[in-house]
Ligand binder design. Sequence first.
Ligand SMILES: [Zn+2]
Ligand SMILES: [Zn+2]
Ligand SMILES: [Zn+2]
Length: 234
Amino acid sequence: MRYFGSDIWGIEIPEYPFLDIFSNTMFRGLCAKYDNYEHQPQNVNAVKSTCTVHGHSDYTTCKHCNKTLSEYTEYPLAEHKTYASTVRKAPTCTESGYTETIKCSVCKQTIQESTVIPALGHSPVVVPAVSATETETGLTEGVKCSRCGIWLTEQKITPRIGSDMPGDVNGDGKINGSDVGILTRYVSGWVTGIEKLTKLANADINHDGFINGADAGILARYVSGWNNYSSFFE
Ligand SMILES: [Zn+2]
Ligand SMILES: [Zn+2]
Ligand SMILES: [Zn+2]
């Protein structure tokens, strides 16, 4: 039903039949009070949901009393159109980071505030010890962070076996009777001593520049447990 002039005249004048004047102007609102007055349906067009306002399907209302005359479906809210308005910063082992701020480009709401991501802490892994050999130095066990690579416990170099050990003349990492026997035979010129004395630097026990009976004597007494000889072997 179309009308014109309602704003101007204060009453609504129908384009069409005269009878509508009664139903639409004289008896406006009576439909809400009396069962025998018919509602005047008008269509309300369907509206899509936005992210903040629910939409609905088509339905009809009464143009006089605004009563809803038909069933309709209310649509769920549309998804926000989200984007990151700030940049995310990843945490490291020692420094915290933060998440991005998520906003909706349609309704401008902040959907998710930026939050702090705590520092991760180091991720320790044990780096096994490396045994020293007669030719290569070794390493003690260390602990490293598998993420950032920093050393939490540094490895220390261990000396070559037999090296820098005065008295260990056969280089087996030990100072014992074998060394005494070899050094004694060596200074006596015995072949069995010369062949087995593989660590010459360890044989000059008193550091006088010679490998001789004095060294063999010190070693023999040290191995036998005599006092006052340990300083040669430190
Ligand atoms: Zn009505
Ligand atoms: Zn939105
Ligand atoms: Zn780390």
